[in-house]
Design a protein around this ligand. Sequence first.
Ligand SMILES: NC(=O)c1ccc[n+]([C@@H]2O[C@H](COP(=O)([O-])OP(=O)(O)OC[C@H]3O[C@@H](n4cnc5c(N)ncnc54)[C@H](OP(=O)(O)O)[C@@H]3O)[C@@H](O)[C@H]2O)c1
Length: 219
Amino acid sequence: MALSSCPPLSRRFILLAALGGATLGGAALAGVAPGHAADTPAALPRIGIIGAGQVGGTLGRLWAGAGYSVMFSSRHPDELGQIVAAAGPNARAGTVEQAIAFGDVILLAVPYHAEPGIAHEHGAALAGKVLIDADNAYPFRDGAVAREAQAEGVARYSARLFAGTRFVRAFNSVNASSLADGGGGDTEVIYSYTDNAAGAIVAALIKATGSIPVRGHDL
Ligand SMILES: NC(=O)c1ccc[n+]([C@@H]2O[C@H](COP(=O)([O-])OP(=O)(O)OC[C@H]3O[C@@H](n4cnc5c(N)ncnc54)[C@H](OP(=O)(O)O)[C@@H]3O)[C@@H](O)[C@H]2O)c1
């Protein structure tokens, strides 16, 4: 995507990341740009959420509460009013397409069997974005695609489905209810990534939920 076609906030975030801010363990995301005085605010990445159920709804509310701008989406965006209201003024709802366009970071929190369709329909729009995949693959729920993913390794299978994104697998290993109160400071969230800068961004987002990022296997 050409930088000139990004919204101003996204543009600032991309420039910051390009300068290395996003690789500094989230320092830039905490509001301090590297090489700048602490009173120089840096843009937080905007977050688009695909799937506003237990995982998407919970994480979106926590991130909105931490100051991130969030757009929830599902196949029925007109039904997300309560979730948006609960998340407060930093949250809004839209279509999946709108959430992808909105976010610098996209959270995928849908039943695993929806992944191939979303990759097919939105792969081009997702290219270059940080994609957090929270989905688990269960054959009893998700059918053949879950069996294929388990045979290959679910993270690798999804990373391949969403090739072109800056893919990070995270939040799969924790129950949404253990994050619901903003974390007690002791919930460990494993994250695995294909891109160091994307990993640092997601580590900061895990901390923003009140949890502890724990690096998983390389993808
Ligand atoms: N619940 C947990 O504690 C937990 C923990 C770790 C991982 N996970 C995994 O995270 C994923 C989400 O779990 P969840 O418990 O949050 O599920 P959920 O409560 O059932 O929510 C799923 C959401 O996905 C939306 N959705 C379904 N198909 C979609 C599609 N094709 N495009 C866009 N949105 C779609 C649904 O809304 P519409 O029907 O309106 O589209 C709904 O908002 C699953 O893969 C699950 O295994 C869950």
